[in-house]
Design a protein around this ligand. Structure first.
Ligand code: 13P
Length: 249
């Protein structure tokens, strides 16, 4: 079902003590909100995040996983391992995974299948690079990322998919897509989904925007009709900023 979601992607930040400290700050800021609130600490701190957040409506989610069920994949973590500690949602396809760990659409299709098989919800990230935007290819790139990784799925699988449009040029750069650019792309994403799966499916999917979302720009971005929430990097590392964004809904 389409919902407002604000998810903090902590990336490779915060050791155990810092995780506990940020969570205690988040708890001070927490109040009932119109959005589902999620944080994605590193694998090593997922358990302590769960413990620290017991009873609160802040979901603890994972940043990545391997596609295999188990086996000789040194250093990797499987969907079932995440499930076994209570994780219900995993981020897949982040541009940093694509850029630094060579994750391709084909690999991501396998990861999506594995996550869904283990009944994890997927926040599927995609977005164009600056060169694509400059060349006017942004829609073509985004369409192919979505098609290649997701269009083998049946329509009902989309009940467990959240889309996250993150233009690479806006991630960690301070340069945000304008609310109009975000709306235009989100509408295009919804149209792409509608063409393949029908309007009902497309209208039921949450599409998040990510890339330099801050307290100062969240309200305007979230006011756009096809923007259902945000995937927040830098600003999620500060409890006040993160909750200012959550409360923008
Ligand atoms: P920033 O908010 O730091 O630009 O990062 C966005 C992001 O990559 C969230 O996944």
């Amino acid at each position: 079902m389409r919902k407002h979601i604000v998810a903090g992607n902590w990336k490779m930040n915060n050791d155990l003590a810092q995780t506990k400290s940020l969570i205690s700050e988040l708890k001070k800021q927490h109040q009932t909100s119109n959005a589902e609130v999620m944080i994605a600490p590193s694998f090593t701190n997922l358990m302590s995040a769960f413990e620290a957040l017991k009873g609160l409506e802040i979901q603890v989610i994972a940043q990545n996983m391997h596609f295999a069920e188990s086996g000789a994949y040194t250093g990797e973590v499987s969907a079932d391992m995440l499930k076994s500690i209570g994780v219900q949602t995993v981020i897949l396809g982040h541009s940093e995974r694509r850029a630094y760990f060579n994750e391709t659409d084909e690999l991501l299709a396998k990861k999506v299948d594995s996550a869904l098989k283990s009944k994890l919800r997927v926040i599927f990230c995609f977005g164009e690079e600056l060169k694509d935007r400059k060349a006017g290819n942004h829609e073509t790139i985004v369409e192919s990322q979505i098609k290649n990784a997701l269009f083998h799925l049946k329509a009902n699988a989309f009940e467990s998919i959240v889309m996250a449009y993150e233009p690479v040029w806006a991630i960690g750069t301070g340069e945000t897509a304008s609310p109009e650019q975000a709306q235009e792309m989100h509408a295009f994403i919804r149209k792409t989904l509608a063409n393949e799966y029908g309007k009902e499916v497309a209208d039921s999917i949450s599409i998040l925007y990510g890339g330099s979302v801050k307290p100062s720009n969240a309200k305007e971005i979230f006011s756009k009709p096809d923007v259902d929430g945000g995937l927040i990097g830098g600003a999620a590392l500060n409890a006040e900023d993160f909750y200012a964004i959550v409360n923008a809904f």
